[in-house]
Structures are given as structure tokens and as C-alpha cells.
Design a protein around this ligand. Structure first.
Ligand code: ASP
Length: 442
């Protein structure tokens, strides 16, 4: 009997952790043998990620066009857009408020006086030791922070990304999926306006292209256990060190907030809004969530999310093919929550007290910037930099370098939360459109 896909991925995760610990036992990074193994694993992981990303552009374009043209006219699309945007705004806000409550309650950045000074010193020492690559990333993020700090700049930045000057270069650029979606939506709406027989060949083309992309996703996912192994071994081998000890309370706060959002808030939301059994929905989404966890990229996971939602949850293509690509681009509950916790944490460490007004601004900024964060690993650190810079919190650079050094595990977890949030939107919107989701009406 063939093992189910999610079991294969889970076993591969477990084996990867064991292998990583063996490599650490052999002295970890630095030795020629261990470095050789790590480079090979990295190659396997990069190939898997590359294969998933390779199909994103044709998948997004074909699914949005096939989906929207199958809706009944522009009214149908308007309704779908309204419900989806409303759901995304509501759940992101819930996530941010949860993060805000916990970071104020637990106060991970306010360890006793001396430890706090130590934490600041640690941040600074990490800045000194940072690699050139990290330094470059942080400097780039800071420059963007200075540019995009204000409210108006955030909104105009979003709009400019939405309407790209050149659609081919938007498609070629990982972070520009919003432009691609916008173009595909306009294209579909123009098709809907034309006579059915005039656009029939075009529509059949995109429908077939979409089918091919879904089949390709299945083919790529056969290799998921190998890809996941390749991605996880280097992460676990390289992770560790004293910084984790200093940041333990911070880690606990973030993980607790993310878990509460994933296992309490979102299940309640889908129970109330769609009347579905949340645990069945977790069952349906296993493969996508494990892929999100392993890749730390909601964009790369999109093909798998779409397959799980369409094939296992029974959500129609017309609903999911718009909600999911849009969600992978603009809806990031886990990221929004994380941004809020991280910013307030840094403020606590730096001894900046934030009153209600200042915290309210952080909430709004987290909501706005999470929309612009790309669905790729560690992308939210740019947003954190933007908020820290615009809130005038000192030491932003040192703090972001330190957070970057320990980001992966938190990134993996928040990406799984991001992907689950998108899938809940597809479910709730589909149910509200009278679809038989999760076979509930049978
Ligand atoms: N890695 C996240 C994602 O792809 C983005 C982030 O929070 O850094 O969803």
C-alpha cells in the first residue's frame, strides 16, 4: 500500500531532523564532509522550490482567467471580491489584535533589568557579526522603510505594485504577483464583456492550461519528500546558538499567538461563518500546510493549496481560483501577527514605552504592510524594518539582524498559518455562494 502524501512529508521531516542532529554531532558546519552534505541537501531543496515556483505564473494567470470567466458576469465577480476582501481584512485584524494582546501580557522584551541590557548588547553584537549578505538585505529594508514609512506611501506603494508598467517584468519578478493578478482580472472582465462565441477559444485555452498546471503540481509533489528533506537538513543543522536562549520568551510568545490563531480563532471563524467542522478542514489541508511549513513560502505553496482546496474540500474552481492566488499575495494572518509582536518586542527591549496611540499605529501598519509582504521566506523582516523605522524606535537595524538570524522556525510556522487563513477564505466564500464544501450537504 502506498503511504499518503502527508505521511511521506512528515516522515521526511522527521528523518531530516535526525540527519541534521547527526551532522551537528559531527561538528556541524565548517567541516568538509558536513559542508558537502549540506550543499547537496540545499541543492535538492532549491530544485524542489524552483519547480514549485516555476509553475506559479501560468497557474495564477490561467486559474484567475478560467475562474472569473466562469462566474456569471461582473456582478458575480464584484460579490466574490467584496466577500474575499472583507474576510481577509477581518481575519488579519483578529490575528494582529491577538498578537498585540499577548505581547503586552507576556512582555517578552521586558525581562528583568540586567537581562534587558544583555539583550540589547546581544542585538548589537549580532549586527557586528552579520554577513555581508545579511547587511545588504537589512540596508535595503531600511532604505525601503524610510521611503515607505508613511501611511500615504504605503497605500501608493500598494497601488503602484497593483498596476505594473510592464506585465512581463511583473511576471518575472517574484514579489509582483499582485500586478499579475490585477492584469488577469482585467483581462477576464474584458472577456466577460465580449460575446461568448468570440472568446470561446481563448477561454478553452486558459481552462486547458489550468488543467495542465494542476497535473504538473501533482507531478512535482511526488518529489515533495525529497525536497522537504533537502530544505530542512541545512536549517536544523545551522540553527542554534546562544541567541535562542536570550530570545526564548519571544519565541514562546510568537508561537503561542500563532497556535491560538490557528487552532482556536480560525476554527471558530469557519465554524461560525460556514458552519463546517474545522477539524475536517485541517484534514483536507494537511499536505498544503506541511508544504508551507517546509518551504516557508506561501507563494511556492500556492499550487498545492489550490489542489487541496479544489480536490479535497470540494470548493469550485470559480471561487478558489480567485480567492487563493489573491490570498497568497495579500492575506497573511501569521505574518501580520508576527510583525506586531516583533515591533512591540523590539520597543520593549529598547526601553521605548508605547502608549495606546503608538500601538494603534503599529496595528494599522502591520495590517497594511502585511498586504505588501511577498510570499517568500523572511519577507516580513522588511515590513518590520518599515514599521520600526517609521515609529522611530532606535536600534532597528541591530534588532532586525538578530531576528533574521533566528527567523526560520518562526517563518515556517507563520507561513503555515498564512496558507491556512487563505484556505479558510475559500471555504467561507464558497459556502456563502451555496457550494457543497467538505461534502457537508451530502
Ligand atoms: N514566509 C512568509 C510567507 O511566505 C512571509 C513572511 O512572513 O516572511 O508567507
Amino acid at each position: 500500500m502506498k503511504l499518503k502524501a502527508h505521511w511521506q512529508i512528515l516522515i521526511s521531516l522527521a528523518v531530516a531532523v535526525i540527519v541534521a542532529f547527526l551532522l551537528r554531532g559531527m561538528g556541524g558546519e565548517g567541516g568538509p564532509f558536513v559542508d558537502g552534505v549540506l550543499s547537496f541537501c540545499q541543492l535538492l531543496g532549491d530544485l524542489f522550490l524552483g519547480a514549485l515556483k516555476m509553475i506559479i505564473v501560468p497557474l495564477v494567470v490561467s486559474s484567475v482567467i478560467a475562474g472569473i470567466t466562469s462566474l456569471h458576469g461582473i456582478d458575480g465577480f464584484g460579490r466574490l471580491l467584496g466577500k474575499t476582501a472583507g474576510f481577509y481584512a477581518l481575519t488579519s485584524l483578529l490575528a494582529i489584535c491577538l498578537g498585540l494582546a499577548l505581547v503586552n501580557l507576556i512582555q517578552p522584551g521586558l525581562v528583568d533589568g540586567e537581562a534587558n541590557v544583555k539583550l540589547r548588547e546581544v542585538f548589537e553584537s549580532y549586527e557586528k557579526e552579520a554577513s555581508d549578505e545579511t547587511r545588504e538585505k537589512v540596508a535595503g529594508a531600511q532604505a525601503r522603510g524610510e521611503e515607505e514609512g508613511g501611511f500615504f506611501a504605503q497605500i501608493s506603494g500598494f497601488l503602484l505594485r497593483m498596476v505594473p508598467v510592464n506585465i512581463v517584468s511583473a511576471a518575472a519578478n517574484n514579489g509582483q504577483m499582485l500586478g499579475l493578478i490585477f492584469f488577469s482580472v482585467l483581462f477576464s472582465l474584458a472577456m466577460v464583456k465580449m460575446k461568448v462565441d468570440e472568446v470561446a477559444p481563448l477561454r478553452s485555452f486558459f481552462v486547458s492550461l489550468n488543467e495542465v498546471m494542476i497535473l504538473l503540481t501533482k507531478g512535482i509533489m511526488v518529489l515533495a519528500p525529497i525536497g522537504v528533506f533537502g530544505l530542512i537538513v541545512p536549517v536544523v543543522t545551522k540553527t542554534g546558538g546562544e541567541l535562542f536562549g536570550y530570545l526564548a520568551k519571544y519565541f514562546a510568545t510568537v508561537l503561542l499567538a500563532l497556535s491560538l490563531h490557528l487552532f482556536v480563532v480560525m476554527p471558530l471563524v469557519i465554524r461560525v461563518l460556514a458552519g463546517v467542522n474545522p477539524w475536517r478542514h485541517f484534514g483536507v489541508m494537511k499536505e498544503a500546510m506541511l508544504t508551507a511549513f517546509s518551504t516557508a513560502s506561501s507563494s511556492a505553496t500556492l499550487p498545492v493549496t489550490m489542489r487541496c482546496i479544489q480536490e479535497n474540500a470540494g470548493v469550485s474552481k470559480s471561487t478558489s481560483s480567485f480567492t487563493l492566488p489573491l490570498g497568497a499575495t495579500v492575506n497573511m494572518d501569521g505574518t501580520a501577527l508576527y510583525e506586531c509582536v516583533a515591533v512591540i518586542f523590539v520597543a520593549q527591549v529598547m526601553g521605548v514605552s508605547m502608549d495606546f496611540g503608538a500601538q494603534f499605529l503599529v496595528v494599522i501598519s502591520a495590517l497594511l504592510t502585511s498586504v505588501g509582504v511577498a510570499g517568500i521566506p523572511s519577507a516580513s523582516l522588511v515590513a518590520i524594518m518599515i514599521i520600526l523605522t517609521s515609529s522611530g524606535i532606535p536600534g532597528a537595524e541591530a534588532a532586525v539582524v538578530a531576528l533574521m538570524a533566528v527567523d526560520r522556525l518562526l517563518d515556517m510556522t507563520r507561513t503555515a498559518v498564512n496558507v491556512f487563513g487563505d484556505s479558510c477564505a475559500a471555504l467561507v466564500v464558497a459556502k456563502s455562494e451555496g457550494e457543497n464544501v467538505l461534502g457537508m450537504d451530502d
